[in-house]
Structure formats: C-alpha cells, structure tokens
Design a protein around this ligand. Structure first.
Ligand SMILES: *[C@@H]1O[C@H](CO)[C@@H](O)[C@H](O)[C@H]1NC(C)=O
Ligand SMILES: *[C@@H]1O[C@H](CO)[C@@H](O)[C@H](O)[C@H]1NC(C)=O
Ligand SMILES: *[C@@H]1O[C@H](CO)[C@@H](O)[C@H](O)[C@H]1NC(C)=O
Ligand SMILES: *[C@@H]1O[C@H](CO)[C@@H](O)[C@H](O)[C@H]1NC(C)=O
Ligand SMILES: *[C@@H]1O[C@H](CO)[C@@H](O)[C@H](O)[C@H]1NC(C)=O
Ligand SMILES: *[C@@H]1O[C@H](CO)[C@@H](O)[C@H](O)[C@H]1NC(C)=O
Length: 312
C-alpha cells in the first residue's frame, strides 16, 4: 500500500549529471539532501519554448543562466522560485518552485503535540468523516502546505484544507460503519517554511481514532444526574454503544483532580446518584464501549449545595 502512495508522489526525474528531483505537484519539486552542502539542479522552462531566448529569475532577481534548460546551484536549504521569461519583453513563461527536503534532520517546521505526534487525527463518530491537525513551529512565519493526500485501498479520500492551514477535514465516502475496516488510511502531508520542505505521514483506521464529543448532561436534581450521548455520536446508539466514566470530585476541583475523596466508576447507564453532603463537581465522559480507544473530554457540573452553577 505505501508503495502505491510512493508511486503517486514520487515520479522521479533523473536529470543528466545532476541530483534527482521529486515532483510533488505541477511546478513544485523536492530536492532530497542528506547534508547541507550544495547540489546542482537542472531546470527546464518548457518543451514549446525550445529555441527561444529565455531569461531566468530566482526569487524575482535575475540570474546569469539563460536558455530553455539551465543548471543552478542550491546551497543548503536555500531553494527558490525559479521563473523563466521571454528575454525580450520579460513575459513570464513558466516557473519551478525548488524545495529542499533535509532527509536525516530532525523535523522543525511543525511541532509535536503532547502525544508526541506531529499530525493528530480523530473522528467524532463512525460516519466516515475525520479531522487531522498539526501545530506550526512558532518561529516559522513563511509557512505553507505544499501537498496532502489521504488514500485508502488506492482511492483518494476527499479532504479539504482548513482555512487556517492547520488541519484537514476528510470524508471517506466509501466507509461503511457496519463492516470490518481491513485497510488503513495513509495520510501524507508536505509542509514548508520558506524553501525547507518537511514530510509527515500517518497510518490509521477510523476505529482507532474515534473520540466521542462531550456528553450532554441533561438533568440534575437532588444529586441525581442524567446525560445523553453527544449529538454527533453515531446512531443507532444501541449499535454504537458508549460506556461512561463518572467521577465525583470534592469542592470545585477540576475533573482531572486525583486527590482523596474522589468517587469513580464506569457504567453503561445514563444516570447516577451522588451521595455526598458537601460541595462537589460531577464529571462524566464517554468512550466507544467496544473499541475503548479514546475518552471524550469531561462534561461537568458544580454542586455548591443550596446554589447551583452549570457548565458542560
Ligand atoms: C512548466 O514547468 C514544469 C516544471 O516545473 C513542467 O512540468 C511543465 O510542463 C512546464 N509547463 C509548460 C507549459 O511547459
Ligand atoms: C513562484 O512564482 C510563480 C510565478 O510568478 C507564482 O505564481 C508562485 O506563486 C510563486 N510561488 C512561491 C511559493 O513563491
Ligand atoms: C479495494 O478496491 C478494489 C478495487 O476498486 C475493490 O474491488 C475492493 O473491494 C476494495 N476493497 C475494500 C476492502 O474496500
Ligand atoms: C469534497 O468535499 C467538499 C466539502 O465537503 C465538497 O464540497 C466536494 O463536493 C467533495 N468532492 C467530492 C469529489 O466528493
Ligand atoms: C483551525 O481551524 C479549525 C477548523 O475551523 C479549528 O478546529 C482549529 O482549532 C483551528 N486551529 C488553529 C491552530 O487555530
Ligand atoms: C443537550 O441536549 C439538549 C436537550 O436535548 C439540547 O438542547 C442541547 O443542544 C444539547 N447540547 C449539546 C452540547 O449537545
């Protein structure tokens, strides 16, 4: 399977006497480097410009090389946008964005999440939609997403880049929540800062990334609580059953509190009665009852006794 992704992305251009370039998409190539020395790279303006007088610019500055095919030197991570122009009137003919991919270097365009992942994916139910997100390194201000693809069983899954370029929203139309999920989703993401390219990959199945949204606490009266599955959870709930964790913490501590006098239990019921006379916080969260992969965030409700405040 990874071979297929490889095949799609890595149409390798072997150019005479120079370093190999990978075509990432039209007009964008990657130069894989294992150190920061310099490399010679061959560029071509276009078949139809054979025999014409061609002038080149690198990042909008004229360079001495001329002609349809030129060889340029790439030093370290200093790639560039190479544009070719008609020599007489300087009309833009074509361009090649050369990005440098330092293969053995620590990644630094994106930063790792608390779970040591550069790209985190989750699904809030089994309808085939999932979301992947990432965090840019704070100092990388010239950031861009170069290319992305999510593939399952050789088919491209429909993904859209979020407008803040920090996530992808994908919908696997062929996904069937009632059957086995024998093939994984392969996600490839290419990002860059200036001309430095970074490649990220994730492999997963929907079942392993399902995390329900927060539980909806619908009723609380005389220390009895009732809740419902999150509105976004898959239906029928009898098929996609949830199990809940209930936690009662003293005073107005947060749900993550782990000190003394914490009451905790797992249940498949949708109600709970608290037997505490002092102020407390009632917390509840959900997970898929069968796969038990990820807990939802907590929903909670503070009970001050004689005075109620609510927050879900
Ligand atoms: C422009 O250059 C790209 C390489 O960056 C090449 O693949 C493409 O064929 C060229 N376009 C034309 C119209 O020649
Ligand atoms: C590279 O130059 C082309 C042609 O001017 C332009 O359309 C493209 O946006 C530039 N890309 C970058 C990353 O600067
Ligand atoms: C994978 O794709 C092939 C060809 O499109 C199809 O016949 C097969 O049923 C698919 N397999 C799965 C597990 O979806
Ligand atoms: C992909 O998803 C977008 C947004 O949901 C939608 O507008 C578009 O029609 C979908 N494209 C395909 C080919 O399904
Ligand atoms: C980017 O947008 C998505 C969807 O609108 C949102 O969920 C996410 O929190 C945003 N990320 C950042 C870093 O702002
Ligand atoms: C919780 O359930 C109530 C009553 O059905 C509904 O009005 C509300 O929108 C739900 N809230 C969430 C966050 O799903």
């Amino acid at each position: 399977m990874s071979k297929i992704v490889f095949f799609i992305l890595q149409a390798v251009l072997q150019l005479a006497g120079s370093t190999s370039l990978r075509i990432l998409k039209s007009n964008v190539v990657a130069l894989d480097v294992s150190d920061l020395s310099s490399s010679e790279v061959s560029l071509h303006c276009g078949e139809q410009y054979e025999g014409e007088q061609i002038h080149w610019e690198r990042n909008e500055r004229s360079i001495p090389e001329t002609g349809n095919r030129i060889t340029v030197t790439i030093d370290g991570l200093r790639g560039g946008n190479f544009t070719c122009h008609r020599a007489d009137n300087r009309d833009l003919l074509n361009y090649t964005l050369v990005l440098v991919h330092p293969v053995n270097f620590p990644k630094g365009v994106l930063t790792q999440s608390t779970h040591k992942e550069f790209v985190s994916c989750f699904a809030r139910n089994y309808n085939g939609q999932f979301h992947c997100s990432w965090k840019w390194h704070q100092e990388r201000k010239e950031r861009a997403v170069v290319y992305f693809a999510a593939i399952r069983n050789s088919s491209l899954i429909n993904c859209t880049l979020d407008s803040n370029i920090s996530g992808l929203t994908c919908m696997d139309e062929d996904y069937c929540p009632y059957s086995e999920e024998p093939r994984s989703i392969y996600l490839t993401l290419f990002v860059r800062n200036m001309y430095r390219l970074e490649e990220h990959q994730r492999t997963f199945i929907i079942r392993d990334i399902v995390q329900p949204d927060k539980v909806n606490i619908t009723k609380f009266h005389d220390d009895v609580f009732e809740w419902r599955p999150p509105g976004t959870w898959s239906f029928p709930c009898s098929f996609f059953s949830l199990s809940y964790e209930v936690k009662v913490v003293p005073n107005s501590h947060s749900c993550d509190y782990t000190g003394n006098r914490v009451e905790k239990m797992e249940t498949t019921e949708n109600h709970y009665k608290v037997n505490i006379k002092k102020p407390y916080t009632f917390c509840v969260r959900a997970q898929d009852a069968f796969t038990k992969t990820r807990w939802s965030d907590w929903s909670h409700h503070h009970i001050r006794k004689h005075q109620h405040t609510s927050e879900q």
